[in-house]
Write a protein that binds this ligand. Structure first.
Ligand code: SF4
Ligand code: SF4
Length: 133
């Protein structure tokens, strides 16, 4: 199975080879989708691929190192009150997480497809797409 998480690293965890251990100890495949980390700590959007039990153990390792782990659904938010349904984000999103619903003629956001690339956040003229990293 594949699952995506937003990780927040405290400064004491930055120097540790945690992502290496996810691969070595639990045989997980990693895909770093986004990272903003320096010596003080930071954020990473990470996709983990492997058996559910191994992913669970990997998450336990991260938490034991004081890394905060949140599910990807919390990575990007669409503010429906701000959205003007202009459609700019539809052509920008690389994974079709923002699409036009032909029935309602509204732009629908599918959090599960989102890879938190941030392109819609920069492009949205109404600042309706918000990065929660
Ligand atoms: S670009 Fe912004 S305002 Fe336009 S449809 Fe997308 S989320 Fe809504
Ligand atoms: S952050 Fe990237 S992947 Fe997610 S909805 Fe916006 S453009 Fe699409």
């Amino acid at each position: 199975m594949k699952t995506k998480y937003v990780l927040t690293f405290p400064n004491e965890a930055v120097e540790e080879p945690i992502t290496y251990r996810l691969v070595k100890d639990f045989d997980l495949r990693l895909n770093i989708l986004r990272a903003q980390i320096d010596e003080k700590g930071g954020k990473m959007v990470l996709e983990l691929d492997g058996p559910a039990e191994m992913i669970k153990k990997g998450i336990q390792l991260l938490k034991s190192k004081k890394v905060e782990v949140r599910s990807i659904e919390e990575g990007v938010r669409k503010d429906e009150d701000k959205c003007t349904q202009c459609g700019v984000c539809v052509s920008i999103c690389p994974v079709a997480a923002l699409v036009l619903d032909k029935k309602s003629l509204k732009i629908v956001f599918d959090e599960e497809k989102c890879v938190v690339c941030g392109l819609c956040i920069d492009a949205c003229p109404a600042t309706a797409m918000e990065l929660l990293l």
